[in-house]
Design a protein. Structure first.
Lengths: 364, 814
């Protein structure tokens, strides 16, 4: 559910292009009102590949989201996070070219044993500066400037992820053997009791290998596990949902667990997730089947001279499976002070089975 | 006193604020609408950059590269406006987050656009009918209100107006770059801006550029500081002048108030109050006044600076292409400096009268005439000293500041000479006037009584009159030089700039059809940087009518012919800026950067090139083509047979030119002069303002004179003098002194304009022009001055009439 970052993106666009604070608050209202003119997310739609890897301009917002937990030869941890967001600025057909109604945003972040670097970029659609297309008709390519996730075929995976951030250059090859996990009900992922939903599919079992280098220094070879999320929607949030807590965990026994909690002002948080076996079979987790509880708060340096107290330690339980884990951040300072700020970083998992993963906290 | 402080501080601080603001703006000249532009990527032939090349660079990872389209547009009414267009989403972010170094970096997009976008949204900016952002002052000038659409001369309708400005937009229109290409029918950007690069990145970028693109460093910030220094020195000089005049007012006001309270002071001293205590009390009061006056003056100054900013901004943009922001604020530094200056000024203005007061016996008896004579002789010596210094300084002028120092010496020397002249004249008249004309003799000798009080005010008036005449003559001379120059330079009837025009076909039609075209001249040019300034070289047809009639103010013997025939190889003509700013002389060898490497030329002549802040060279077109084969057309000049104007326009359209791609000679001239007039609007505004300040100074002085002489007037009145006779005695000497002032301001003004034109102008701009003296402005000024004097006199007389009864009563009671 971290992918609700589109909300931030949308708000960012509103704030940048529309308005002062008052109107930005109105943007929340707009986001939560009916997305008139845009396509709606409905149950029962069969997702098709590779066509659903490509942009859905009829929907207001969508993203391509990669995270990875990596280790170098010395066993030191690295975290990678790369996202491409697309937004339609209105529900009319895209005139393309310089007048395109498409706007793109990208985030790249790298957690190293030494710290945390990140960058954000923006681009207008229609001029080939950013897009997700079939390059030369045969290779899927998601890119902005020189950042790219380039498939070897028309499929999103196997692929090469390549980006630079904070002086680092990252080149990773991504491959998976298990099928795509269609989240929710065959990819129809409900986000509130009031009908907000998205199309959502993931690949939690990505084998990642590659190199991280900085300036002229020798490249470090890394390997680990990656996660790719695809999601699109036109109306993703309910009126009473100010933020969310999201977890994507790789367990040492080969299982994967995704859970999220959309915080609601009435305290009745919307909780959902999925349990994926090592061979890629997924079970959707509903409220009651999964418990998410913050158990520890830490002060986080936001990079702009301020600090913020965030619930960085969590307890996750699957009541039916009698399993429980404690999730702790590998480093507290993973705040992205981007146009719309949030916390995202690698975590360690201890409990029924140990593991690693990624956590995203927004709206704090 | 408050008025003096207010007037002086206001004008001085207004000028100071504008100067500071302009300098701050130049500091941001390597910023383009909030993004750094340390470098530019330009095409070698200056034909612009293809969007595809730009996207290629972005896809290679050069994310600090962004597209810019700049254009000068001509409105239907013939006004020229500058447009800048950019892709706001592509502006480089100032950096990435990095908790390793704890660097907090924000996106420049966030900081620069959160407010500017307040009135619109992204789609409105990038989709038809688009948006065109006008800074408020420019909208006023073009008479455009929100939502209205500006019509261009070529029939293009610009997008609806939004009245708001980006940072560093200056007096320019702003548009999205995609929208600008669509509206203006362009398929290329003017250039690409590039943010900061490391040496490695720079090398990498240079290696990645296609052949026709080059990376050039943006020197604008440094250039602007250098280029505009002279204009700011000029403004500062005028500002300081009004501050000085303001202090004269304060000086008079202090005297006036001391005189008005003479009775009280005498009583206090008789009662045994120490001088020190009285002095302290007066100082404390003055302090209060000056703080109040400074505060008010700064307020008015801020207001005034906002009022004057658009015209300074226009001056800077037309003279130097410098862009200035439209937001001005007062900093604590400025408040502090203003306060310090006024306090020092007030302290000085107080010292003299207080010291005199202190050193005077309680019951004074002075021989006024003897004292006046002595002071005047001292002033005469001092004036002589200053003038000698000015003369010595004149022979060594090498910088704008040095020039202003000489001007300062001359002006103050001249000012000090004024009382000497008045005194000499009065004494001489006293000798020459026959004894029967006793009333006139009395009136003339009364000048000696008025002079000590009016002296300072008259000197202030003289300074302002001189500055006025000097600057007016400068502007007039420049205007007539420009007019004469345009006359020879723009001898063709029509000028065409049209990329798709088929020139050969156009010329052919005239040969075969009805001979509508008498002659034509196609010019080609290339741009580069030379001697740290933007420069260009033009290839011109040596047989074209405008070249045949070309006159060179400076040339070697037979230089023009040598240049035409190119018998001795690579002979070049240069604008006089090359002579005066780059220090080249006739016969100098220079090296210009050609596309194949440096090329050497010998300068054989200099031509006038007014309004150009860079260097320009002329080469015969054949030679130009062989050295710069990619030179771009700079426009086609056409000489049309009489009565064939409409035929010419028809043929132009037939040959591919679009409406609006040509302009008639008379229109260019009209535009040139409208730019000229707007450029010098600031001078006119400051001229008027300083004259008003001088008028106030005179009024304050007259009030002081009459207040001090009220007892004297009561005596006269009691002796039976009528009001009319009194008026004669008071007004005749004043008139006499004003006439002397006016007469002295003429030669001083002439000298000033001569210094400005012959020395400062050449040092600052590198232009020479003949000084054109005209009596009309001097006459206008004389009438204006007399008007001001009359008004002040009337006010003073009314005051005296009101106060005289009380004074008479006092006299009677004694």
């Amino acid at each position: 559910m971290k992918r609700i970052l589109f909300l931030l993106f949308f708000l960012f666009l509103q704030a940048v292009f529309a308005a002062d604070k008052a109107t930005a608050e109105d943007a929340y209202q707009l986001l939560r009102s009916d997305p008139t003119g845009f396509e709606r997310v409905v149950p029962g739609k069969a997702l098709a590949f590779p066509s659903d890897h490509l942009p859905h301009k009829d929907f207001r917002i969508e993203w391509w989201y990669v995270t990875a937990n990596l280790l170098d030869a010395d066993g030191q941890s690295y975290g990678v996070h790369w996202t491409l967001f697309r937004s339609s600025m209105n529900a009319l057909p895209d005139p393309d070219g310089w007048a395109s109604n498409q706007v793109w945003m990208a985030h790249a972040a790298l957690s190293t044993p030494d710290g945390h670097v990140y960058e954000e970029r923006f681009a207008r659609g229609g001029i080939d500066q950013a897009n997700v297309t079939l390059a030369e008709g045969s290779r899927l390519n998601a890119f902005m400037d020189d950042w790219s996730l380039t498939g070897e075929t028309q499929d999103l995976l196997p692929a090469t992820l390549s980006f630079t951030a904070g002086g680092y250059s990252v080149n990773l090859s991504l491959a998976a053997k298990t099928p795509w996990v269609l989240q929710g009900d065959q990819g129809y992922s409900v986000k509130s009791s009031q009908g907000q939903a998205s199309y959502y599919y993931s690949q939690p079992h990505i084998a990642v290998r590659g190199q991280i280098s900085r300036f002229e220094e020798a490249a470090i070879t890394v390997a680990g596990k990656g996660w790719l999320d695809r999601e699109w929607s036109s109306q993703p949030l309910a009126k009473n949902q100010p933020g969310w807590d999201w977890f994507a965990l790789h367990l040492d026994d080969g299982h994967a667990l995704m859970v999220y909690r959309l915080r609601q002002t009435d305290g009745n948080h919307w909780i959902s997730g999925s349990w994926v076996t090592p061979d890629g079979k997924a079970t959707t987790l509903r409220k009651g089947e999964v418990l998410i509880t913050p158990v520890g708060t830490q002060s986080v340096d936001t990079g702009d001279g301020t600090t913020r107290d965030l619930p960085l330690t969590w307890r996750i339980e699957l009541a039916d499976k009698a399993m429980a884990w404690t999730v702790t951040p590998q480093s507290a300072n993973q705040w992205l002070n981007t146009a719309f700020p949030y916390w995202e970083g690698p975590v360690d998992v201890e409990g029924s089975t140990d593991g690693v993963g990624f956590m995203e906290l927004t709206g704090y | 006193m408050a008025i003096g402080l207010l007037a002086g501080v206001a004008l001085w601080s207004a000028v100071q604020l504008i100067n500071d603001h302009a300098r701050a703006s130049y500091g941001e000249a390597d910023q383009l609408l909030g993004a750094e532009a340390r470098f530019w990527i330009r095409s070698t032939g200056d034909q612009g950059v293809l969007p595809a090349d730009y996207i290629k660079l972005r896809r290679m990872g050069f994310t600090s590269v962004f597209p810019v389209l700049e254009s000068r547009l001509q409105t239907k009414d013939g006004q020229l406006v500058a447009l800048i267009a950019i892709d706001l989403l592509a502006l480089p972010l100032t950096g990435s987050g990095n908790s390793e170094t704890d660097a907090s970096k924000t996106s420049s997009l966030e900081t620069t656009t959160s407010h500017p976008f307040a009135a619109g949204n992204w789609l409105a900016l990038i989709q038809p009918p688009y948006q065109l952002w006008y800074p408020a002052t420019l909208a006023d000038q073009l008479n455009i209100s929100a939502g209205e659409q500006l019509l261009l001369r070529n029939g293009t309708v610009l997008p609806p107006a939004v009245i708001q400005a980006q940072v560093q937009q200056g007096q320019r229109l702003f548009m999205d770059v995609g929208a600008a290409m669509a509206v203006l029918g362009r398929d290329r950007f003017s250039y690409l801006g590039v943010g900061q690069l490391t040496m490695a990145e720079r090398k990498q970028l240079e290696g990645s550029l296609p052949d026709e693109l080059t990376l050039v460093e943006n020197h604008q910030a440094i250039d602007m500081q250098q280029l505009t220094a002279s204009l700011h020195t000029n403004l500062s000089a005028l500002g300081l002048l009004s501050f000085a005049v303001g202090l004269f007012i304060v000086f008079n006001a202090v005297r006036y108030s001391l005189l008005a309270r003479e009775g009280t002071l005498t009583t206090l001293r008789e009662m045994g109050v120490s001088l020190r205590l009285i002095g302290m009390a007066i100082l404390a009061e003055s302090l209060l006044w000056s703080v109040g006056g400074t505060a008010l003056g700064l307020g008015v100054g801020l207001w005034l600076s906002h009022l004057l900013l658009p015209s300074v901004s226009v001056s800077l943009q037309s003279l130097f292409g410098a862009v200035m922001g439209s937001d001005i604020g007062l900093s604590w530094d400025q408040v502090f400096v203003a306060l310090l200056m006024t306090l020092t000024g007030v302290a000085l203005a107080l010292t003299l009268p207080l010291w005199r007061k202190a050193s005077a016996p309680i019951l004074k008896t002075t021989s006024q005439e003897g004292e006046v004579g002595k002071t005047v002789r001292e002033m005469g010596f001092f004036a002589g000293g200053l003038l000698v210094c000015a003369a010595i300084g004149y022979t060594n002028i090498s910088s704008v500041t040095g020039g202003f120092v000489v001007i300062g010496l001359l002006m103050f020397g001249g000012a000090l000479l004024l009382p000497v002249l008045v005194y000499t004249l009065v004494v001489a008249l006293g000798r020459w006037l026959p004894e029967q004309m006793w009333q006139i003799r009395w009136a003339v000798s009364d000048a000696l009584s008025q002079m000590p009080h009016l002296r300072i005010a008259l000197m202030a008036l003289l300074l302002t009159l001189t500055a006025n005449i000097g600057v007016t003559v400068l502007v007039d001379s420049f205007r007539s030089a420009l007019s004469a120059w345009l006359e020879t330079r723009l001898s063709a009837d029509i000028y065409v700039i049209s990329p798709q025009l088929d020139v050969e076909r156009l010329v052919r039609t005239s040969a075969t059809e009805d001979k509508w075209l008498l002659n034509s001249h196609d010019r080609f040019g290339a741009s580069f940087r030379w001697q740290a300034r933007p420069s260009n070289v033009l290839g011109i047809d040596v047989d074209a009518p405008d070249v045949r009639n070309m006159k060179l103010p400076f040339a070697v013997e037979g230089g023009l012919d040598a240049w035409r025939s190119q018998e001795s190889p690579n002979v070049i003509l240069a604008n006089e800026q090359v002579r005066f700013l780059a220090g080249q002389t006739l016969g100098s060898d220079i090296t210009l950067p050609g596309p194949e490497g440096p090329v050497s030329f010998r300068i054989v002549g200099f031509f006038h090139d007014y309004g150009n802040s860079g260097y320009q060279f002329y080469l015969p077109s054949d030679l130009m083509r062989s050295i710069w084969p990619n030179a771009q057309s700079q426009g086609l000049a056409l000489w049309i047979a009489e009565g064939q104007e409409s035929e010419a326009e028809e043929q132009l359209i037939a040959a591919g030119a679009l409406a609006g791609e040509w302009i008639w000679q008379k229109d260019i001239k009209a535009i040139s002069f409208s730019i000229f007039d707007r450029t010098f609007a600031i001078t006119a505004a400051l001229n008027t303002l300083t004259l008003i300040v001088a008028g106030i100074a005179l009024l304050a002085a007259l009030m002081a004179v009459h207040q001090s002489r009220l007892p004297e007037y009561s005596h006269w009145r009691s002796l039976g003098l009528t009001y009319l006779e009194w008026l004669k005695i008071v007004a005749v000497p004043l008139g006499l002194m004003i006439i002397v002032t006016l007469c002295l301001s003429l030669p001083l003004g002439f000298l000033l304009s001569w210094l400005l034109i012959d020395d400062l102008n050449v040092i600052a701009f590198g232009w020479t022009m003949p000084l054109r003296w005209s009596w009309l402005p001097a006459l206008n000024l004389a009438l204006l001055t007399l008007g001001i004097v009359l008004v002040t006199l009337v006010i003073a007389v009314v005051q005296v009439r009101l106060r005289l009864p009380a004074s008479l009563k006092l006299l009677g009671s004694r």
